[in-house]
Design a protein around this ligand. Structure first.
Ligand code: CS2
Length: 498
Protein backbone atom coordinates (compact mmCIF):
# COMPACT_ATOMS: atom_id res chain seq x y z
CA UNK A 1 0.00 0.00 0.00
CA UNK A 2 1.42 3.37 -0.99
CA UNK A 3 1.40 6.16 1.53
CA UNK A 4 1.31 9.86 0.66
CA UNK A 5 4.68 11.23 1.55
CA UNK A 6 4.20 14.81 0.38
CA UNK A 7 4.34 17.59 2.92
CA UNK A 8 1.00 19.01 1.71
CA UNK A 9 -1.73 18.79 4.31
CA UNK A 10 -4.63 16.44 3.53
CA UNK A 11 -7.26 17.98 1.29
CA UNK A 12 -10.59 18.99 2.83
CA UNK A 13 -13.39 17.59 0.75
CA UNK A 14 -15.83 19.98 -0.92
CA UNK A 15 -16.91 21.07 -4.40
CA UNK A 16 -13.85 23.24 -4.83
CA UNK A 17 -11.59 20.24 -4.14
CA UNK A 18 -13.05 18.18 -6.97
CA UNK A 19 -10.88 19.77 -9.62
CA UNK A 20 -7.67 18.86 -7.82
CA UNK A 21 -8.21 15.45 -6.24
CA UNK A 22 -5.05 13.40 -5.73
CA UNK A 23 -4.33 11.26 -8.82
CA UNK A 24 -5.16 7.98 -7.07
CA UNK A 25 -8.67 9.21 -6.26
CA UNK A 26 -11.41 9.08 -8.85
CA UNK A 27 -14.01 11.86 -8.68
CA UNK A 28 -17.51 12.19 -10.15
CA UNK A 29 -17.36 12.13 -13.97
CA UNK A 30 -20.05 14.81 -14.35
CA UNK A 31 -20.75 18.34 -13.25
CA UNK A 32 -22.70 18.20 -10.00
CA UNK A 33 -24.07 21.69 -10.60
CA UNK A 34 -26.15 20.42 -13.50
CA UNK A 35 -27.98 17.81 -11.44
CA UNK A 36 -31.34 18.01 -9.70
CA UNK A 37 -32.46 15.91 -6.75
CA UNK A 38 -34.94 13.37 -8.12
CA UNK A 39 -34.37 10.94 -5.26
CA UNK A 40 -34.93 11.57 -1.61
CA UNK A 41 -33.30 8.94 0.55
CA UNK A 42 -34.23 8.31 4.18
CA UNK A 43 -31.45 6.75 6.25
CA UNK A 44 -28.05 7.89 4.98
CA UNK A 45 -25.65 5.48 6.64
CA UNK A 46 -22.60 3.66 5.38
CA UNK A 47 -24.62 1.14 3.43
CA UNK A 48 -26.58 3.65 1.35
CA UNK A 49 -23.42 5.58 0.60
CA UNK A 50 -21.55 2.42 -0.49
CA UNK A 51 -24.44 1.01 -2.50
CA UNK A 52 -27.37 2.96 -3.98
CA UNK A 53 -25.50 6.28 -4.11
CA UNK A 54 -22.69 4.58 -6.07
CA UNK A 55 -25.08 3.08 -8.61
CA UNK A 56 -26.69 6.51 -9.00
CA UNK A 57 -23.26 8.13 -9.37
CA UNK A 58 -22.43 5.59 -12.10
CA UNK A 59 -25.75 6.10 -13.88
CA UNK A 60 -25.41 9.89 -13.99
CA UNK A 61 -21.82 9.57 -15.21
CA UNK A 62 -22.69 6.98 -17.86
CA UNK A 63 -25.69 8.77 -19.36
CA UNK A 64 -25.41 12.41 -18.36
CA UNK A 65 -28.99 12.20 -17.06
CA UNK A 66 -28.70 14.51 -14.06
CA UNK A 67 -32.27 14.27 -12.79
CA UNK A 68 -31.38 11.64 -10.22
CA UNK A 69 -29.11 13.20 -7.63
CA UNK A 70 -29.99 12.30 -4.06
CA UNK A 71 -31.12 14.44 -1.16
CA UNK A 72 -30.44 12.54 2.06
CA UNK A 73 -32.80 12.75 5.01
CA UNK A 74 -32.05 11.86 8.61
CA UNK A 75 -35.05 11.09 10.80
CA UNK A 76 -33.30 10.03 13.98
CA UNK A 77 -31.65 12.25 16.59
CA UNK A 78 -28.25 10.64 15.96
CA UNK A 79 -28.46 11.53 12.24
CA UNK A 80 -27.33 15.03 13.20
CA UNK A 81 -23.82 13.54 13.23
CA UNK A 82 -24.09 12.61 9.57
CA UNK A 83 -25.40 16.10 8.75
CA UNK A 84 -22.53 17.73 10.62
CA UNK A 85 -20.03 15.55 8.79
CA UNK A 86 -21.49 15.84 5.29
CA UNK A 87 -22.91 19.34 4.89
CA UNK A 88 -19.58 21.19 5.38
CA UNK A 89 -18.07 18.99 2.65
CA UNK A 90 -20.94 19.61 0.18
CA UNK A 91 -22.15 16.06 0.91
CA UNK A 92 -19.14 14.59 -0.88
CA UNK A 93 -17.45 11.60 0.68
CA UNK A 94 -14.73 9.10 -0.08
CA UNK A 95 -15.65 5.49 -0.69
CA UNK A 96 -12.80 3.06 -0.16
CA UNK A 97 -13.00 -0.45 -1.57
CA UNK A 98 -10.85 -3.00 0.20
CA UNK A 99 -10.40 -6.43 -1.30
CA UNK A 100 -8.21 -9.20 0.10
CA UNK A 101 -4.60 -8.84 -1.00
CA UNK A 102 -5.24 -5.80 -3.22
CA UNK A 103 -4.44 -2.12 -2.83
CA UNK A 104 -7.47 -0.17 -1.63
CA UNK A 105 -9.28 1.86 -4.29
CA UNK A 106 -10.63 5.32 -3.50
CA UNK A 107 -13.38 7.23 -5.16
CA UNK A 108 -15.25 10.40 -4.26
CA UNK A 109 -18.97 9.91 -4.78
CA UNK A 110 -20.92 12.93 -6.03
CA UNK A 111 -24.52 11.74 -6.29
CA UNK A 112 -25.54 12.82 -2.79
CA UNK A 113 -26.01 16.56 -3.17
CA UNK A 114 -28.09 17.58 -0.15
CA UNK A 115 -28.96 16.53 3.37
CA UNK A 116 -31.98 17.43 5.50
CA UNK A 117 -32.09 16.67 9.19
CA UNK A 118 -35.77 16.10 9.91
CA UNK A 119 -36.19 16.57 13.67
CA UNK A 120 -37.44 20.13 14.12
CA UNK A 121 -37.47 20.59 10.36
CA UNK A 122 -40.36 18.38 9.25
CA UNK A 123 -41.90 20.98 6.98
CA UNK A 124 -38.78 21.30 4.81
CA UNK A 125 -38.64 17.53 4.40
CA UNK A 126 -42.33 17.25 3.55
CA UNK A 127 -42.11 20.08 1.00
CA UNK A 128 -39.16 18.42 -0.65
CA UNK A 129 -40.94 15.07 -0.79
CA UNK A 130 -44.03 16.75 -2.23
CA UNK A 131 -42.10 18.63 -4.90
CA UNK A 132 -42.60 17.69 -8.55
CA UNK A 133 -38.83 17.10 -8.93
CA UNK A 134 -38.89 14.22 -6.47
CA UNK A 135 -39.62 10.98 -8.32
CA UNK A 136 -38.40 8.35 -5.86
CA UNK A 137 -38.25 8.15 -2.08
CA UNK A 138 -35.91 5.35 -1.11
CA UNK A 139 -35.37 3.85 2.32
CA UNK A 140 -32.69 2.21 4.40
CA UNK A 141 -34.41 2.44 7.75
CA UNK A 142 -33.12 -0.94 9.07
CA UNK A 143 -35.16 -4.05 9.63
CA UNK A 144 -36.68 -2.53 12.78
CA UNK A 145 -38.00 0.50 10.88
CA UNK A 146 -40.85 -1.56 9.39
CA UNK A 147 -42.82 -2.21 12.60
CA UNK A 148 -43.69 -5.75 11.55
CA UNK A 149 -45.70 -7.91 13.88
CA UNK A 150 -44.37 -11.51 13.79
CA UNK A 151 -47.73 -12.71 15.10
CA UNK A 152 -49.73 -11.42 12.12
CA UNK A 153 -47.10 -10.55 9.50
CA UNK A 154 -48.88 -7.19 9.33
CA UNK A 155 -47.91 -3.76 10.62
CA UNK A 156 -47.92 -2.94 14.32
CA UNK A 157 -50.31 0.00 14.20
CA UNK A 158 -50.31 -0.01 17.99
CA UNK A 159 -46.58 0.72 18.18
CA UNK A 160 -46.10 4.03 20.06
CA UNK A 161 -44.12 5.61 17.18
CA UNK A 162 -46.86 4.82 14.67
CA UNK A 163 -49.61 5.87 17.08
CA UNK A 164 -47.89 9.24 17.52
CA UNK A 165 -47.76 9.79 13.74
CA UNK A 166 -51.40 8.79 13.37
CA UNK A 167 -52.36 11.35 15.99
CA UNK A 168 -50.29 14.21 14.52
CA UNK A 169 -50.05 13.42 10.79
CA UNK A 170 -48.59 16.77 9.75
CA UNK A 171 -45.74 16.47 12.26
CA UNK A 172 -44.50 12.98 11.55
CA UNK A 173 -41.48 11.25 13.00
CA UNK A 174 -41.44 7.83 11.30
CA UNK A 175 -40.67 7.21 7.64
CA UNK A 176 -44.25 6.04 7.17
CA UNK A 177 -45.69 9.18 8.70
CA UNK A 178 -43.58 11.27 6.30
CA UNK A 179 -44.55 9.16 3.30
CA UNK A 180 -48.28 9.36 4.07
CA UNK A 181 -48.29 13.13 4.61
CA UNK A 182 -46.12 13.87 1.57
CA UNK A 183 -48.20 11.63 -0.68
CA UNK A 184 -51.35 13.36 0.56
CA UNK A 185 -49.88 16.72 -0.43
CA UNK A 186 -48.97 15.38 -3.89
CA UNK A 187 -52.47 14.02 -4.36
CA UNK A 188 -53.99 17.38 -3.44
CA UNK A 189 -51.63 19.16 -5.82
CA UNK A 190 -52.52 16.83 -8.68
CA UNK A 191 -49.02 15.34 -8.86
CA UNK A 192 -48.15 11.69 -9.40
CA UNK A 193 -47.05 9.74 -6.35
CA UNK A 194 -43.32 9.05 -6.10
CA UNK A 195 -42.11 5.46 -6.14
CA UNK A 196 -41.21 4.17 -2.68
CA UNK A 197 -38.10 2.02 -2.99
CA UNK A 198 -37.16 0.01 0.07
CA UNK A 199 -33.50 -1.03 0.26
CA UNK A 200 -33.58 -2.96 3.52
CA UNK A 201 -32.96 -6.65 4.17
CA UNK A 202 -36.60 -7.55 4.58
CA UNK A 203 -38.16 -10.26 2.46
CA UNK A 204 -40.66 -8.62 0.12
CA UNK A 205 -39.42 -5.21 1.29
CA UNK A 206 -41.57 -3.33 -1.25
CA UNK A 207 -44.70 -5.34 -0.42
CA UNK A 208 -44.13 -4.84 3.31
CA UNK A 209 -43.65 -1.10 2.79
CA UNK A 210 -46.85 -0.92 0.75
CA UNK A 211 -48.86 -2.81 3.37
CA UNK A 212 -47.70 -0.62 6.20
CA UNK A 213 -48.11 2.61 4.28
CA UNK A 214 -51.62 1.72 3.10
CA UNK A 215 -52.56 0.87 6.67
CA UNK A 216 -51.24 4.22 7.93
CA UNK A 217 -52.81 6.16 5.04
CA UNK A 218 -56.14 4.34 5.44
CA UNK A 219 -56.20 5.33 9.07
CA UNK A 220 -56.14 8.97 7.94
CA UNK A 221 -58.31 8.89 4.86
CA UNK A 222 -59.70 6.06 2.73
CA UNK A 223 -59.35 8.18 -0.42
CA UNK A 224 -55.65 8.69 0.19
CA UNK A 225 -55.19 4.97 0.71
CA UNK A 226 -57.02 4.13 -2.53
CA UNK A 227 -55.10 6.75 -4.50
CA UNK A 228 -51.78 5.32 -3.30
CA UNK A 229 -52.93 1.75 -3.91
CA UNK A 230 -53.97 2.56 -7.48
CA UNK A 231 -51.20 4.93 -8.53
CA UNK A 232 -48.19 4.24 -6.30
CA UNK A 233 -45.34 1.79 -6.85
CA UNK A 234 -43.35 -0.23 -4.33
CA UNK A 235 -40.77 -2.37 -6.14
CA UNK A 236 -39.15 -5.14 -4.13
CA UNK A 237 -35.37 -5.09 -4.17
CA UNK A 238 -32.45 -7.21 -3.07
CA UNK A 239 -29.47 -5.18 -1.90
CA UNK A 240 -26.00 -6.42 -1.08
CA UNK A 241 -22.67 -4.95 -0.10
CA UNK A 242 -20.91 -5.67 3.19
CA UNK A 243 -20.18 -2.27 4.73
CA UNK A 244 -18.62 -2.14 8.20
CA UNK A 245 -19.06 0.83 10.51
CA UNK A 246 -16.45 3.53 9.77
CA UNK A 247 -13.76 3.76 12.44
CA UNK A 248 -11.24 6.48 13.33
CA UNK A 249 -8.56 4.18 11.91
CA UNK A 250 -10.43 4.32 8.58
CA UNK A 251 -10.49 8.13 8.69
CA UNK A 252 -6.75 8.14 9.34
CA UNK A 253 -6.10 5.65 6.55
CA UNK A 254 -8.04 7.84 4.09
CA UNK A 255 -5.90 10.79 5.17
CA UNK A 256 -2.59 8.95 5.11
CA UNK A 257 -3.09 6.81 2.03
CA UNK A 258 -5.11 9.11 -0.18
CA UNK A 259 -4.44 12.57 1.21
CA UNK A 260 -8.09 13.33 1.85
CA UNK A 261 -9.54 14.74 5.04
CA UNK A 262 -13.05 13.29 5.12
CA UNK A 263 -15.15 13.54 8.29
CA UNK A 264 -17.04 10.37 7.40
CA UNK A 265 -15.64 8.18 4.63
CA UNK A 266 -17.15 4.79 3.92
CA UNK A 267 -15.16 1.58 3.67
CA UNK A 268 -16.58 -1.41 1.85
CA UNK A 269 -15.82 -4.60 -0.07
CA UNK A 270 -15.35 -4.67 -3.88
CA UNK A 271 -18.49 -6.80 -4.38
CA UNK A 272 -21.89 -5.17 -4.85
CA UNK A 273 -25.22 -6.42 -6.12
CA UNK A 274 -28.67 -4.91 -6.60
CA UNK A 275 -31.69 -6.63 -8.06
CA UNK A 276 -34.74 -4.40 -8.43
CA UNK A 277 -38.25 -4.99 -9.73
CA UNK A 278 -38.86 -2.71 -12.66
CA UNK A 279 -42.08 -1.11 -11.40
CA UNK A 280 -41.64 2.65 -10.99
CA UNK A 281 -44.59 5.05 -11.23
CA UNK A 282 -42.70 8.29 -11.89
CA UNK A 283 -39.55 7.30 -13.76
CA UNK A 284 -36.22 5.92 -12.56
CA UNK A 285 -32.50 6.41 -13.17
CA UNK A 286 -30.93 4.61 -16.14
CA UNK A 287 -29.63 1.87 -13.87
CA UNK A 288 -29.68 -0.99 -16.38
CA UNK A 289 -26.36 -0.02 -17.93
CA UNK A 290 -24.44 0.22 -14.66
CA UNK A 291 -24.88 -3.25 -13.19
CA UNK A 292 -28.30 -3.04 -11.52
CA UNK A 293 -30.31 -6.10 -12.46
CA UNK A 294 -33.82 -4.96 -13.31
CA UNK A 295 -36.26 -7.86 -13.09
CA UNK A 296 -39.93 -8.74 -12.83
CA UNK A 297 -39.67 -10.82 -9.65
CA UNK A 298 -37.04 -10.33 -7.00
CA UNK A 299 -38.34 -12.89 -4.52
CA UNK A 300 -35.90 -15.76 -5.14
CA UNK A 301 -32.90 -13.38 -5.06
CA UNK A 302 -34.02 -11.78 -1.81
CA UNK A 303 -34.64 -15.11 -0.21
CA UNK A 304 -31.22 -16.41 -1.25
CA UNK A 305 -29.44 -13.32 0.01
CA UNK A 306 -31.21 -12.83 3.32
CA UNK A 307 -31.32 -16.51 4.27
CA UNK A 308 -27.72 -17.27 3.24
CA UNK A 309 -25.71 -14.07 3.74
CA UNK A 310 -27.54 -12.27 6.52
CA UNK A 311 -28.46 -15.45 8.43
CA UNK A 312 -24.86 -16.73 8.25
CA UNK A 313 -23.74 -13.40 9.62
CA UNK A 314 -26.06 -13.85 12.61
CA UNK A 315 -24.85 -17.45 12.99
CA UNK A 316 -21.21 -16.41 13.08
CA UNK A 317 -21.92 -13.27 15.05
CA UNK A 318 -23.29 -14.57 18.36
CA UNK A 319 -21.13 -17.71 18.48
CA UNK A 320 -18.11 -15.61 17.56
CA UNK A 321 -18.94 -12.99 20.17
CA UNK A 322 -19.15 -15.67 22.87
CA UNK A 323 -15.72 -16.92 21.78
CA UNK A 324 -14.18 -13.47 22.06
CA UNK A 325 -13.82 -12.57 18.37
CA UNK A 326 -14.12 -8.92 17.33
CA UNK A 327 -14.15 -9.27 13.52
CA UNK A 328 -15.93 -11.54 11.07
CA UNK A 329 -12.83 -12.54 9.09
CA UNK A 330 -11.16 -13.74 12.31
CA UNK A 331 -14.12 -16.04 12.92
CA UNK A 332 -13.83 -17.38 9.38
CA UNK A 333 -10.13 -18.08 9.89
CA UNK A 334 -11.06 -20.59 12.60
CA UNK A 335 -11.65 -23.96 10.84
CA UNK A 336 -14.38 -24.99 13.28
CA UNK A 337 -16.41 -21.85 12.63
CA UNK A 338 -15.78 -21.93 8.91
CA UNK A 339 -17.04 -25.47 8.69
CA UNK A 340 -20.07 -24.61 10.78
CA UNK A 341 -21.03 -21.71 8.52
CA UNK A 342 -20.64 -23.84 5.39
CA UNK A 343 -22.73 -26.65 6.87
CA UNK A 344 -25.31 -24.20 8.17
CA UNK A 345 -25.79 -22.90 4.63
CA UNK A 346 -25.62 -26.27 2.88
CA UNK A 347 -27.59 -28.51 5.22
CA UNK A 348 -30.20 -26.24 6.76
CA UNK A 349 -30.78 -23.24 4.48
CA UNK A 350 -30.17 -24.40 0.91
CA UNK A 351 -32.90 -27.08 0.94
CA UNK A 352 -35.62 -24.46 1.38
CA UNK A 353 -34.38 -22.13 -1.38
CA UNK A 354 -36.04 -21.98 -4.75
CA UNK A 355 -34.23 -22.05 -8.07
CA UNK A 356 -32.70 -18.56 -8.56
CA UNK A 357 -32.61 -17.49 -12.22
CA UNK A 358 -29.06 -17.15 -13.54
CA UNK A 359 -27.42 -18.04 -10.21
CA UNK A 360 -25.33 -21.09 -9.42
CA UNK A 361 -25.96 -21.49 -5.69
CA UNK A 362 -22.74 -23.44 -5.13
CA UNK A 363 -20.69 -20.61 -6.60
CA UNK A 364 -22.77 -18.01 -4.74
CA UNK A 365 -22.05 -19.70 -1.39
CA UNK A 366 -18.36 -20.12 -2.19
CA UNK A 367 -18.21 -16.39 -2.95
CA UNK A 368 -19.93 -15.67 0.38
CA UNK A 369 -17.29 -17.65 2.24
CA UNK A 370 -14.60 -15.61 0.47
CA UNK A 371 -16.39 -12.33 1.21
CA UNK A 372 -16.82 -13.23 4.89
CA UNK A 373 -13.10 -14.08 5.00
CA UNK A 374 -11.95 -10.74 3.55
CA UNK A 375 -9.47 -9.46 6.18
CA UNK A 376 -9.24 -6.02 4.62
CA UNK A 377 -12.65 -4.66 5.63
CA UNK A 378 -12.54 -5.71 9.29
CA UNK A 379 -16.28 -6.09 9.62
CA UNK A 380 -17.30 -5.79 13.26
CA UNK A 381 -18.95 -8.67 15.11
CA UNK A 382 -20.84 -6.16 17.25
CA UNK A 383 -22.29 -4.55 14.10
CA UNK A 384 -23.62 -7.94 13.03
CA UNK A 385 -24.99 -8.76 16.49
CA UNK A 386 -26.81 -5.48 17.05
CA UNK A 387 -30.60 -5.32 16.64
CA UNK A 388 -31.12 -9.07 16.77
CA UNK A 389 -34.71 -8.46 17.83
CA UNK A 390 -35.50 -7.25 14.34
CA UNK A 391 -32.87 -9.19 12.36
CA UNK A 392 -33.40 -12.70 13.73
CA UNK A 393 -37.14 -12.74 12.84
CA UNK A 394 -36.28 -11.83 9.24
CA UNK A 395 -32.99 -13.67 8.69
CA UNK A 396 -33.31 -16.90 10.70
CA UNK A 397 -36.80 -17.67 12.02
CA UNK A 398 -38.56 -18.10 8.65
CA UNK A 399 -36.07 -20.81 7.69
CA UNK A 400 -36.55 -22.48 11.07
CA UNK A 401 -40.34 -22.49 10.69
CA UNK A 402 -40.18 -23.88 7.19
CA UNK A 403 -37.72 -26.60 8.10
CA UNK A 404 -39.75 -27.57 11.17
CA UNK A 405 -42.94 -27.82 9.17
CA UNK A 406 -41.33 -30.19 6.70
CA UNK A 407 -39.43 -32.18 9.35
CA UNK A 408 -36.07 -30.94 8.01
CA UNK A 409 -32.81 -30.35 9.92
CA UNK A 410 -32.81 -27.42 12.40
CA UNK A 411 -30.04 -28.28 14.87
CA UNK A 412 -27.69 -25.54 13.69
CA UNK A 413 -30.47 -22.98 13.33
CA UNK A 414 -31.50 -23.74 16.91
CA UNK A 415 -27.90 -23.37 18.08
CA UNK A 416 -27.89 -19.87 16.57
CA UNK A 417 -30.95 -18.96 18.66
CA UNK A 418 -29.33 -20.46 21.76
CA UNK A 419 -26.14 -18.46 21.12
CA UNK A 420 -28.18 -15.26 20.80
CA UNK A 421 -29.87 -16.02 24.14
CA UNK A 422 -26.52 -16.81 25.76
CA UNK A 423 -24.97 -13.60 24.39
CA UNK A 424 -27.89 -11.44 25.55
CA UNK A 425 -27.27 -12.72 29.09
CA UNK A 426 -24.29 -10.37 28.98
CA UNK A 427 -21.01 -12.29 29.32
CA UNK A 428 -18.84 -14.28 26.93
CA UNK A 429 -17.26 -17.68 27.48
CA UNK A 430 -14.40 -16.12 29.42
CA UNK A 431 -16.83 -14.22 31.66
CA UNK A 432 -16.01 -10.88 30.00
CA UNK A 433 -18.98 -8.51 29.70
CA UNK A 434 -20.57 -8.11 26.28
CA UNK A 435 -23.02 -5.37 25.38
CA UNK A 436 -25.13 -5.92 22.29
CA UNK A 437 -27.04 -2.85 21.08
CA UNK A 438 -30.72 -3.51 20.56
CA UNK A 439 -33.87 -1.45 21.20
CA UNK A 440 -35.16 -4.49 23.11
CA UNK A 441 -31.85 -5.13 24.92
CA UNK A 442 -33.22 -4.61 28.43
CA UNK A 443 -36.10 -7.04 28.00
CA UNK A 444 -34.06 -9.61 26.09
CA UNK A 445 -31.24 -9.56 28.64
CA UNK A 446 -33.64 -9.91 31.50
CA UNK A 447 -35.29 -12.90 29.79
CA UNK A 448 -31.96 -14.42 28.81
CA UNK A 449 -30.75 -14.25 32.41
CA UNK A 450 -34.02 -15.65 33.69
CA UNK A 451 -33.71 -18.48 31.18
CA UNK A 452 -30.38 -19.79 32.48
CA UNK A 453 -30.11 -23.24 30.91
CA UNK A 454 -33.78 -23.43 29.94
CA UNK A 455 -34.61 -21.13 27.01
CA UNK A 456 -38.36 -20.91 27.54
CA UNK A 457 -38.44 -17.46 29.16
CA UNK A 458 -36.39 -16.09 26.25
CA UNK A 459 -38.45 -17.85 23.59
CA UNK A 460 -41.62 -16.44 25.16
CA UNK A 461 -40.81 -12.94 23.84
CA UNK A 462 -43.76 -12.81 21.46
CA UNK A 463 -42.60 -9.70 19.52
CA UNK A 464 -39.64 -11.77 18.35
CA UNK A 465 -40.69 -15.40 18.24
CA UNK A 466 -44.42 -15.06 17.57
CA UNK A 467 -46.91 -17.69 18.77
CA UNK A 468 -46.10 -20.86 16.85
CA UNK A 469 -42.36 -21.46 17.10
CA UNK A 470 -42.24 -21.64 20.90
CA UNK A 471 -44.95 -24.34 20.69
CA UNK A 472 -42.65 -26.64 18.73
CA UNK A 473 -41.22 -29.25 21.11
CA UNK A 474 -38.49 -30.13 18.59
CA UNK A 475 -37.35 -26.52 18.44
CA UNK A 476 -37.50 -25.88 22.19
CA UNK A 477 -35.61 -29.12 22.93
CA UNK A 478 -32.91 -28.30 20.40
CA UNK A 479 -32.45 -24.79 21.76
CA UNK A 480 -32.31 -26.22 25.30
CA UNK A 481 -29.66 -28.79 24.36
CA UNK A 482 -27.62 -26.12 22.61
CA UNK A 483 -27.92 -23.69 25.51
CA UNK A 484 -26.82 -26.34 28.01
CA UNK A 485 -23.83 -27.13 25.85
CA UNK A 486 -22.94 -23.44 25.50
CA UNK A 487 -23.06 -23.14 29.30
CA UNK A 488 -21.06 -26.29 29.96
CA UNK A 489 -18.53 -26.26 27.14
CA UNK A 490 -18.56 -22.78 25.59
CA UNK A 491 -19.15 -21.93 21.94
CA UNK A 492 -16.01 -23.44 20.35
CA UNK A 493 -16.36 -26.84 21.97
CA UNK A 494 -20.05 -26.84 21.18
CA UNK A 495 -19.22 -26.28 17.53
CA UNK A 496 -16.77 -29.18 17.63
CA UNK A 497 -19.66 -31.37 18.80
CA UNK A 498 -21.97 -30.20 16.02
C1 CS2 B 1 -25.53 -7.76 8.08
C2 CS2 B 1 -25.81 -6.83 6.91
O1 CS2 B 1 -26.43 -6.18 9.58
C3 CS2 B 1 -26.23 -7.37 9.36
O2 CS2 B 1 -26.54 -8.23 10.16
O3 CS2 B 1 -25.86 -9.07 7.75
O4 CS2 B 1 -25.58 -5.51 7.24
C4 CS2 B 1 -24.96 -7.23 5.70
O5 CS2 B 1 -23.62 -6.91 5.89
C5 CS2 B 1 -25.48 -6.59 4.45
O6 CS2 B 1 -26.84 -6.91 4.28
C6 CS2 B 1 -24.68 -7.05 3.24
O7 CS2 B 1 -25.35 -6.78 2.09
Amino acid sequence: MKTMTTATPPMKLDNAALGRLPPAVRGPAYDRRTTTEGILHIGVGGFHRAHQAVYVDDAIAATGDGRWAICGVGLLAHDSRMRDALVPQDCLYAMIERGPGADPQARVVGSLTGFLFAPGNAEAVLEKMASADTHIVSLTITEGGYYLDPKTGGPRLDHPDIVRDLQAPTQPSTAFGYLAEALDRRRRQGLKPFTVLSCDNVQGNGDVTRRLLLAVAGHRDAQLRDWIAQNGAFPNSMVDRITPATTDADREAVRDTFGIDDAWPVVTEPFRQWVVEDRFCDGRPPWDGVGVQMTADVRPYEMMKIRLLNASHSAMGYLGLLSGFAHIHEIMADPLFRRFVIEFMNEEVTPILEEVPGIDLGAYKAALVDRFSNPAIKDQVLRICMDGSSKIPKFVLPTLSEQLSRGGPTKRLSLVIASWCRAMAGTDDQGAPIAVADPMAAQLSERARASGRDPRAFLAVREVFGEDLPQSAVFVDQVRDALESLHDLGARKTLAKY
